[in-house]
Design a protein around this ligand. Sequence first.
Ligand SMILES: *Cc1c(COP(=O)(O)O)cnc(C)c1O
Length: 421
Amino acid sequence: MENGSTKKKKWAFQGNPELNTASEITIRAVLAMLKTHLNQSDSRPVIPLGHGDPSSFSCFRTSPIAEDAIANALRSAKFTGYSPTVGVLPARRAVAEYLSQDLPNRISPDDVFLTVGCTQAIQTIITVLADSKANILLPKPGYPYYEAFAQSCHLEVRHFDLLPDKDWEVDLVAVEALADENTAAMVIINPGNPCGNVFTFQHLQKVAETARKLGILVIADEVYGHIAFGKNPFVPMGVFGSITPVITLGSISKRWIVPGWRLGWLIINDPNGVLKKHRIIECITQYLNISSDPPTFIQGAVPDILGKTKEDFFLKIINTIKEAANSCYEGIQDIPGVICPSEPEGSMFVMVKLDLSILENIKDDLDFCVKLAKEESIIILPGISVGLKNWLRLTFAIEPSSLEDGIKRIKAFCRRHSKKA
Ligand SMILES: *Cc1c(COP(=O)(O)O)cnc(C)c1O
């Protein structure tokens, strides 16, 4: 036995505190908290209007062509090894082909980087931009994962508004006022989550022109690409890549309703080669070199998934979502205390505003959601978690009968909580 070696160092490590703050603001964390308020003795089914994942409902089952593509890729035994950093070539070629259909300049397979869902595409671009002085402009309301990941990379975030009275268009005056010489990029999400809006061609062109003036790139989150069912058709931001460089983020998660397959992409739309000159593309590859790839057999299925899915599958899904959006919008109209400024035209969500002046015993949006979970077994996302206090984000992409039931329960809740005249 050695003398004096009995003293033990106290356990001091507490985990990375950045993760604590970053995770608190994610949608997952807020929904998990709301679930703890559900009343276990309510025999009615819980109605999930919070989370946009319709894959568990039979009317939203993916195409058999996509399922066969996975099974065939797996059985071929050709996609069992490690994938190259940027993804397997047939899959990159298929994504380039798929996206080029809607663009004036064809994109090459070299412009395509395959990622683990759109989520890893977000991680990639945020990490690449996170130089110590840089800042990024994000929409408010928006998709909180951007804030959460920027926080964990120490990338400064500045917010511009989306304007509810202008179909949620970007406040471009605010964008110009926010940007400075350290601004690297602005993010748009189109079709919109959480607003359910679809930007016009003219507005997207203005976004590109503003970005050119500011010398920044546009990051276009098009994970809901083609899920548009209103007056404006979906226009990819890449159309304007010759005005200012555009990095498009996407995945098969939403259009094919397979978020668990984890296949996404990051695309360079930059016909003038600006990003190459500034080392951005090199940086993307460097980040992907130190991170994980989508499973190789899922990549192996991509040519068939993107190339062979029939138009009638997309039409059926769009129709189901459109009918759900309409019945949600109409149902909301006569709920006291809830106002919807803008009819949803894309994605799977709508934002509604609370009129707290006519609701009794409701402090704010979070209080509304907690009490709604408790009293009516409904989960809805409070607006505060997407950046707008005293609003709510609802998804309408659930089984139609549940949606109808959900709207009825919200109505009963708001009537019960209405101030008596
Ligand atoms: C769902 C979603 C993502 C993440 O997509 P995955 O492919 O599931 O990783 C990214 N951005 C927005 C706006 C989303 O709604």
